[in-house]
Design a protein around this ligand. Sequence first.
Ligand code: GUN
Ligand code: ZN
Length: 450
Amino acid sequence: MSARGAQPPKVLRGRILWFTADPRTAPEPAHHYIEDGALLIEHGLVRQAGEAWPILASLPQGTQVEDHRPHLIMPGFIDPHIHFPQTQVIASFGAQLLDWLQKYTFIEEQKFSDPAHCARNARFFFDELLRNGTTTAVAFCSVHAQSVEAFFAESQRRNTLMIAGKVLMDRNAPEALRDTAESGYEESKALITKWHKRGRQRYAIAPRFAVTSSESQLEAAGALAREHTDCHVETHLSENEAEIALVRELFPWSRDYTDVYAHYGLLGPKTLLGHCIHMSARERAVLADARSVAVFCPTSNLFIGSGLFDWRATTEAGVRIGVATDVGGGTSYSMLRTMAEAYKVLQLQGQNLPALQAFHAITRGNAEALGLQDVIGSFEPGRACDAVVLDSSATMAMRHRMATVRTLEEELFLLMTLGADRNVAATYVMGERVHGGPGHDARPKAGPRD
Ligand code: GUN
Ligand code: ZN
């Protein structure tokens, strides 16, 4: 898997939790939870996950044990929709999608023509993901090939499994951010040749959305998808009413927004469509048929005022679902904060989101949405040991509430409702610690004014 996998065996000890199926539909318990558990890691992969005592008893002398008790060890979080060039767009005031793009996003993304800016931001981006326990993400880079180069170079250095691509956009954007159907195709192709399946890196063909691509560019994107069937496709769909009206004007022949992507051959099982909020039954049926994935981005949908994702209708239509941050429309890198807002979006519609369902979604569920459930998202033997260690008592309010918590479900619900980066005591990538550590105190340090 990786040259860096040649490390001596190691053990992580703590309370271990991972999912084997979707708790909403599984007839049996859909997770393994081991109070005093251990993960035996060899060459960066999970060799064994189970009760600590038999694993510890059978270890060769001198095997390193990183003891995280009493914390929870889970598979690293997966964020299936995030924008690498928007780390300085996050928290931009007072606009809905189309204005927000023009006023803030397209300004900031122009800075990614500078490779030094790309490299600096890539370091920040990866630090921030790992601090939040996110070990895999699907990212949009900017239109510039150099932003993809910087992104994958940093990911390669960190040994993370990342999926990313250069956005294709040849209209309805400032000139400095426009490619052409031909140059977008050629640059994407060269980036696929260089980066797709290089180590743990994977390429996503990325027509930004129907508004910023001409018909010939969408055709070229469709050709790329046909020529590279093992690459993902990432885009946006039906996020905002004004966006949908504009798509209707730009593609007057289409039955609806979904039909535009279907027409150009962009829908398939590796297609990830951000938002999918304002969808008709017909559109959901098309996505279900194509086995494409609707990606729910709750903090973004609330912040940009886009609308409420209907999880129940989407599931009942048979559409696969992922859940993501969508930074910088989204307001947090934390998948815990993301699930807190997902819960509220569903509450507003009389739906609910039990904690087991939420933690399944951000680990194994998102791995399945990416078709990577055999590689990441659980601790079954042979999976990459990408892991997050969670301290459920990291703040005074959480420690206080933990005193009355009696069950795993209650603890997980507390973590998703009040949790954030401060609850991430450590993060591992291929068995190597990349953030925090055993005995790491995730609690805020008492400053002079605390
Ligand atoms: N639609 C097209 N581009 C974007 C983007 O950068 N963010 C969001 N939230 N929606 C989009
Ligand atoms: Zn987005």
